[in-house]
Design a protein around this ligand. Structure first.
Ligand SMILES: Nc1ncnc2c1ncn2[C@@H]1O[C@H](COP(=O)(O)OP(=O)(O)O)[C@@H](O)[C@H]1O
Ligand SMILES: [Mg+2]
Length: 436
């Protein structure tokens, strides 16, 4: 039990006395009189990273790069550090490596072909010392790799403990704001799930980026989950190669790479990720099951949404999926969050159930409503054009989409899911189909 003094309640005079003892009284200023300097952002010269950041690093900001161990955080940041050093001829870049030795870092730099005089390496996670260095060396960027090995001498507890993580992040935030130097720190996603370590940091930093990738593929996706200086719906796409992470300017080709035309259960969705339309393969496998509760799994798509689509297909198209397992997979580890992906998912499911392929050269974009109706999607013209550019002659879109301009000739407007299925999957009579 610990005794705590509770301040006596009192009127305005007492409150005023209390405030006067502890802090200066507040002096509000008119918003119009505040000058905001729009300092230029620092580009990392990595197109996909700059895109997700919102055109580069904001001076004085703190960025957390979170991801599984081994996903490529250190690789990306070493490349970014070199890019910033090249872009700013008068200031160094400090890379604080608390996790790996300087020799390990050097080996990576050699592998990535990075040789940059102004890239300075310090083998420490000592945040207080980094603060001093920031003031003295005036770097263009400080990288702290990783937050789990950062430590603050003013806090008890080993590096990586909750207290240390919090204090280090807030101290790094102070350093960034005071010196104007952007600070980027890495954080591992821990086994307990969503970023147990980084989770406590999310409130403290200005930007949170997640680097993800599905096992066994070289595709790496970068997404912002928080950004005080830009949109969070931008997607950065990289390929992990021997010489580091490579920008993928044309992600659609990658998400369609292993598609087998003519295979049933496969469809193509055109979605908008941030400012970019992307075309991606969606696969479904529908198989009869003796189990009383069929299994439904979704990889890259919301499971609740999958259940909803299965219900709509069962009820509106009269296809009894109640005794079938449904497995859904989105190519390349992409997470489809846009409702516009619904139509392609539904087509993949129906195609697999009927064992009849979706017509070649067809992509789809549309939200499916509970009544089986297709609901309009934003930027339909851009979706149709992007699909057309990639060789998909026709794109199914909801009938309610506005004027498509030049893209109209590539669009097939459908009012309902039934119409879309009829247009996309040539099958004599869906209701007589023998499920396979
Ligand atoms: N010698 C190498 N040749 C090719 N790729 C390598 C080599 N060493 C490491 N990598 C790649 O780099 C990844 C490690 O990236 P890293 O940036 O250290 O990840 P993180 O910092 O997120 O833990 C490995 O998973 C591997 O894909
Ligand atoms: Mg690392």
């Amino acid at each position: 039990m610990e005794e705590t003094a509770v301040p006596a309640a009192g009127g305005p005079a007492a409150l005023r006395g209390l405030a006067g003892q502890t802090t200066q009284l507040l002096q509000p200023v008119p918003l119009t009189s505040i000058e905001a300097s729009k300092a230029a952002r620092t580009e990392t010269r990595i197109t996909e990273l700059d895109r997700v950041l919102g055109d580069g690093l904001v001076p004085g900001s703190t960025v957390l790069l979170a991801g599984d161990p081994g996903i490529g955080k250190s690789t990306l940041l070493l490349q970014a550090a070199a890019g910033v050093a090249t872009a700013s001829p008068n200031s160094p870049v400090v890379y604080a490596t608390g996790e790996e030795s300087t020799e390990q870092l050097k080996l990576r730099a050699e592998r990535l072909g990075i040789s940059q005089e102004r890239l300075l390496v310090v083998p420490t996670g000592d945040v207080v010392a980094l603060g001093v260095l920031a003031d003295e060396a005036k770097p263009a960027l400080i990288v702290v790799d990783s937050s789990q090995t950062a430590w603050h001498s003013g806090v008890d507890g080993p590096p990586g403990s909750l207290g240390q993580l919090r204090q280090c992040a807030s101290a790094l935030g102070d350093i960034a704001r005071r010196s104007g130097v952007p600070v980027v720190l890495t954080g591992h996603v821990t086994k307990e799930g969503t970023v147990a370590g980084p989770k406590v940091l999310e409130h403290v930093v200005d930007v949170v980026l997640q680097l993800e990738g599905s096992a066994g593929t070289s595709i790496r996706l970068l997404r912002g989950s928080k950004n005080r200086y830009g949109a969070t719906d931008e997607l950065g796409v990289f390929e992990m190669t021997q010489i580091g992470l490579r920008d993928v300017a044309e992600p659609s080709a990658m998400f369609l790479a292993e598609r087998q035309p003519g295979a049933s259960g496969s469809s193509v969705a055109t979605v908008i990720e941030g400012t970019r339309p992307i075309t991606v393969e969606v696969q479904a496998l529908v198989t009869p099951t003796p189990a009383s509760t069929p299994r439904r799994t979704a990889n890259g798509y919301d499971l609740g949404r999958l259940h909803l689509l299965i219900a709509v297909i069962t009820k509106r198209l009269n296809l009894p999926l109640g005794s079938s397992d449904v497995v859904l997979n989105v190519a390349g580890g992409l997470q489809l969050t846009e409702p516009a992906a619904d139509l392609a998912v539904a087509l993949a499911i129906v195609s697999s159930y009927l064992d009849a392929p979706v017509l070649d050269g067809l992509s789809a974009s549309g939200e499916v409503g509970l009544g089986g109706e297709l609901r309009a999607v934003q930027q339909a013209a851009r979706r149709v054009s992007e699909a057309g550019r990639l060789g998909f002659e026709k794109c199914l879109v909801p009938a309610g989409c506005g004027d498509l301009g030049d893209a109209e000739s590539g669009a097939v407007r459908c009012r309902t899911l039934g119409e879309a299925v009829a247009a996309a999957i040539p099958f004599p009579n869906a209701e007589d189909a023998n499920p396979r």
